[in-house]
Design a protein around this ligand. Sequence first.
Ligand SMILES: [Zn+2]
Length: 136
Amino acid sequence: MAKDKKWIDCPLCGTKGSMVFHKDISRTYKSKNIKPFEVAGLKGYFCNNCKDGFFTQISMNKIRAEMAYHKAKYLSSTVTLSDLVPSNEIADVLGVSKQRVSIMLKEGLIKYAMNDYGVKLPLKSELERLKKENFR
Ligand SMILES: [Zn+2]
């Protein structure tokens, strides 16, 4: 995993020495059809002057995973079984283990919906996308 850059000067507004590391940022996110949700405990460098900045890679991954989870919760009420595909089919296409697929689902690298028991089920459209990317 790439190391996070230690920011000092703000590359966005050009202020010198304005970047401060924050350890417990909460942000509210929303996306189409999804109710706003909060992600807490985020870390990153933000500028004292323009307030813009960067989250750490771990925090960005956390945001992506939370976003995928909330999208999945929404999708679960709209998709039908025929829109979904078993994890092992995705594993076959990618040539990886089922365990790896379940990590990719959790991390939001593959779009999914959830059944009533909270089991993550990949979207069938992802199968096509992953096939294409694999054969590139
Ligand atoms: Zn700035």
